[in-house]
Design a binder for this molecule. Structure first.
Ligand code: PEP
Ligand code: MG
Length: 877
């Protein structure tokens, strides 16, 4: 028969799926012999059943009753018994920590009789007993009975009348209990449930229900926590931190979660219960002060913290309560930390002999490394924080405040740095978002339009800064403390922390980027990054190459650790001054004219390649032949039409206008691009291949690879390959000729395509576009925020590779390509090549390398190492 309830002595930390993080860790601490109040955990499986069926599973009530009896025997008291009551807390606890998102009810078991028993237990402390009772009604009313918490707060504030809560007398608190009971009666039409078992049953169901509270749903979506896990519920014998000055409650970290430094970090609040610390009703004191207040408990706590760190081999955070000089542990878990702390702590733990370097690599992430690479605000000087919102898209941005997109575009056009401030953004704000250095909104979460679009653009964004009142019509916003910011005032926003500052905060470059650029590691953080990167490099199987199309980016990529170029987009070399030459090519009326235009382009191409080959000497350079639609290189249709209409057009303008009209396409992304262009304009690809070969001959150590884009059928590839191979032979240059896999058809016929390709590189930007039927250029702004809200996907498939769809095509192509040509080299060069989850996918799918933009290379190196250490490698090559 299914077991739905586990005593703390029965569980352990590996049972998080079933017991949730809190329950599993309470059991673990119990097993370690630490002072945990006795209790038991109702499994998340019971919660899932309740949420699916609308009723608790059969047998659950019986199991709870049995465990409660055992708890009563252990404590020598009965739940809610009039003269000597046992009280319990009911606490949520899911597999993944969702701080403050779900419910907790304390002091279950109190009623008009047992309140006297509690006072007696507490040595005649009536005040404490009535305070505990009013807390029960308040928490129960709010969380179980759905009564507006403000009603209770209001009654309490009125009674306090400016005094501290500790100043309230027993009589006053007894009166407050009556007031609270009145609120319950008025709001629910029923009396507050006096039967302790009813209180317990209802509280358990309320915790189950809180899994689907709107804020919990939102939090899960943001943190990508699956929606169907459910929460476990912990029933724990109450211990009291509010019994007087020899009692209290606190939180602690085993080391600083901000910097990773070892020391004593935490807060303590005398004569209080847990929720008082979080609610901030009185000022806490630093944990160090506990040494003075209660040396015995302090020493015991430090020793427990050491035990926990050694046992968990990681930073732990802790909640504890002291009841009349006796320390009790109420919670522990592996604590959250900043990116810098994650690297420092991982290496410190290696040095302490607690973890291996392999484990250290798994303890940090590519996202954390990326955070450390953004420019950041200087910690020096005055920083006036005016509010904090959500850290939606990292970076540090400073600029003048504007309230409309039009104004953002206008001022940016005059060379000003601006921050676009909106209540929320919508697709019409796109131009303003592009023009601004950063975006700040007062509404919306991490998946709001502003957040999604800003992240896509790599733009700094703070969203959901709810304390701000934004008025676009009055061109101002207000912040707490009577601060008013008008259009043109300067603010600074930190997209990594969500902080908003008044005025200009100086920005400093990342020391981690300086290190990747070649600076010697000289501070603790950089040394930690250096050690972890070195180890990731030593274990990874995937190669890491760069997407770069000029010598400068190639050189930087090499410094960042690139082992070659995976994608050099040659069309970027046709822009700027060379447009003119391309126009000549398009307008060529005869074979001779076309050849002349191509001949004029060739030396330019050759010199570009020479620069890249030099920067990447000795390493492979994959050059992709020209890809995008030709009309992109031609002048604007409207501008030319206006010229023609006003009679200002020259003969060349008129010829260009005709060409632009002729080449106009409804769906350019699906039109005359890539290999199609090479087949339609004779000599174009041949010119590029010749330029590559000539350049390679001039740079000893050049290792060119020629890549054909947008192939859908092997016949296309065969046609251009034959010509390329002929040129290579004639010039005596050795180069692989391969193809991109960017169309679903190429993936599905990879077995045939591999006959003519010496390597594949997955162009997952186009492959995603064509697999989903999503326009790369339009859909993210148009409807992705809605799709994210609806949970159709948790993250844009252009950002993280869609394993089920696009990933399946990749796997098919890998398998069938290698079946035809066993040594087929496989890489990826779409944007996904620098995305952590996608890098893991590439490792699992057995690719040889990933290729990404230079700044993502360290992230890809780290994640390629992590992929080896966190996946079972047996199913890959
Ligand atoms: C791709 O489609 O993934 C790719 C790398 O090519 P581009 O982004 O240039 O279309
Ligand atoms: Mg492409």
């Amino acid at each position: 028969m299914a077991k739905f309830v586990y005593d703390f002595t029965e569980g352990n930390r590996d049972l998080k799926d079933l017991l949730g993080g809190k329950g599993a860790n309470l059991a673990e601490m119990t097993n370690l012999g630490l002072p945990v109040p006795p209790g038991f955990t109702i499994t998340s499986e019971a919660c899932r059943h309740y949420l699916a069926e609308g009723s608790v599973p059969e047998g659950l009530e019986r199991e709870i009753a049995d465990h409660l009896s055992a708890l009563e025997s252990a404590m020598g008291k009965k739940l809610g018994q009039a003269d000597d009551p046992l009280l319990v807390s009911v606490r949520s606890g899911a597999k993944f920590s969702m701080p403050g998102m779900m419910e907790t009810v304390l002091n279950i078991g109190l009623n008009d009789e047992s309140v006297h028993g509690l006072a007696k237990q507490a040595g005649g402390n009536d005040r404490f007993a009535w305070d505990s009772y009013r807390r029960l009604i308040q928490m129960f009313g709010k969380t179980v009975q759905d009564i507006d918490g403000e009603l209770f707060e209001h009654a309490l504030e009125k009674l306090k009348n400016g005094r501290q809560d500790t100043d309230l007398t027993a009589q006053e608190l007894q009166g407050l209990v009556e007031t609270y009971k009145g609120i319950v009666r008025e709001q629910t039409g029923k009396d507050f449930p006096a039967d302790p078992r009813d209180q317990l049953r209802l509280a358990v169901m309320a915790v189950f229900d809180s899994w689907n509270a709107p804020r919990a749903i939102l939090y899960r979506r943001q943190e990508r926590i699956p929606a169907d896990l459910g929460t476990a519920v912990n029933i724990v014998a109450m211990v009291f931190g509010n019994l007087g000055d020899d009692s209290g409650t606190g939180v602690a970290f085993t080391r600083d979660p901000g910097s990773g430094r070892q020391g004593i970090y935490g807060d303590y609040l005398q004569n209080a219960q847990g929720e008082d610390v979080v609610a901030g009703i009185r000022n806490t004191v630093p944990l160090q002060d506990l040494e003075r207040i209660d040396k015995g408990s302090y020493d015991e706590l430090l020793s427990i913290m050491e035990t926990l760190e050694t046992h968990y081999r990681d930073l732990c955070d802790i909640e504890f309560t002291i009841e009349r000089g006796k320390l009790w542990m109420l919670q522990t878990r592996v604590g959250k930390r900043t990116a810098a702390a994650a690297f420092r702590i991982a290496v410190q733990l290696v040095d302490q002999g607690l973890i291996t370097l392999d484990e250290a690599v798994t303890r940090v992430s590519g996202d954390q490394l990326a955070q450390l690479m953004f420019p950041r605000f200087s910690q020096e000087g005055d920083r006036k924080t005016i509010t904090k919102g959500m850290n939606a898209s990292p970076g540090a941005a400073v600029g003048k405040v504007v309230f409309t997109s039009e104004r953002a575009v206008e001022l940016a056009g005059q060379g000003e740095d601006v921050i676009l401030v909106r209540r929320e953004t919508n697709p019409d704000d796109l131009s303003g978002m592009i023009a601004a250095r950063g975006v700040l909104t007062s509404r919306g979460g991490k998946t709001s339009h502003a957040a999604v679009v800003a992240r896509g653009m790599g733009k700094t964004c703070v969203c959901g800064a709810e304390e701000l009142e934004v008025s676009s019509s009055q061109k101002r916003f207000t912040a707490p403390g009577g601060i008013e910011v008008r259009e043109g005032d300067v603010i600074s926003i930190d997209g990594s922390t969500g902080e908003v500052f008044l005025g200009e905060v100086p920005v400093v470059d990342s020391v981690v980027v300086e290190y990747f650029e070649g600076a010697q590691p000289d501070d603790e953080l950089v040394k930690a990054v250096d050690r972890i990167m070195a180890h990731a490099d030593s274990v990874r199987r995937l190669g890491v190459r760069a997407n770069a199309d000029n010598a400068e980016d190639s050189a930087r990529a090499r410094r960042f650790g690139a082992q070659g170029i995976g994608l050099c987009r040659t069309e970027h070399m046709f822009l700027g001054e060379r447009r003119q030459l391309v126009e000549d090519l398009v307008l060529a009326a005869s074979k001779q004219e076309r050849q002349a235009a191509l001949d004029a382009l060739e030396p330019h191409q050759k010199s570009d390649f020479i620069g890249i080959f030099r920067a990447m000497e000795g390493l492979p350079v994959t050059i992709r032949l020209i890809d995008p639609p030709l009309h992109e290189f031609l002048p604007d249709l409207v501008a030319l039409s206006v010229k023609a209409a006003t009679g200002e057009a020259t003969d060349k303008d008129r010829a260009l206008l005709a060409a632009v009209k002729r080449l106009h396409e409804q769906n350019p992304m699906l039109g005359l691009r890539g290999v199609r262009l090479g087949l339609v304009i004779p000599g174009l690809f041949a010119m590029q291949v010749r330029a590559i070969a000539e350049a390679a001959r001039e740079v000893p150590g050049a290792r060119p690879e020629i890549m054909i884009p947008l192939v859908a059928a092997v016949q296309e590839l065969e046609a251009v390959r034959e010509e390329a191979v002929k040129i290579l032979r004639a010039t005596g240059v050795d180069a692989l000729v391969g193809t991109m896999i960017e169309t679903p058809r190429a993936a599905l016929t990879a077995g045939q395509v591999a006959e003519a390709a010496e390597f594949f590189s997955f162009g997952t930007n186009d492959l995603t576009q064509m697999t989903w039927g999503f326009s790369r250029d339009d859909v993210e702004a148009a409807f992705f925020s809605r799709y994210l809200e609806l949970g159709i996907f948790g993250v844009s498939p252009f950002e993280t590779l869609d394993r089920d769809g696009v990933g399946r095509l990749v796997r098919i192509a890998v398998e069938e390509g290698r079946a035809t040509r066993p040594g087929l080299k496989l890489g990826i060069c779409g944007e996904h090549g620098g995305d952590p989850d996608s890098v893991h996918f590439c490792h699992e799918a057995g690719l040889d390398y990933v290729s990404c933009s230079p700044f993502r290379i360290p992230v890809a190196r780290l994640e390629a190492g992590r992929a080896v250490l966190t996946h079972n490698d047996s199913d890959t090559r």
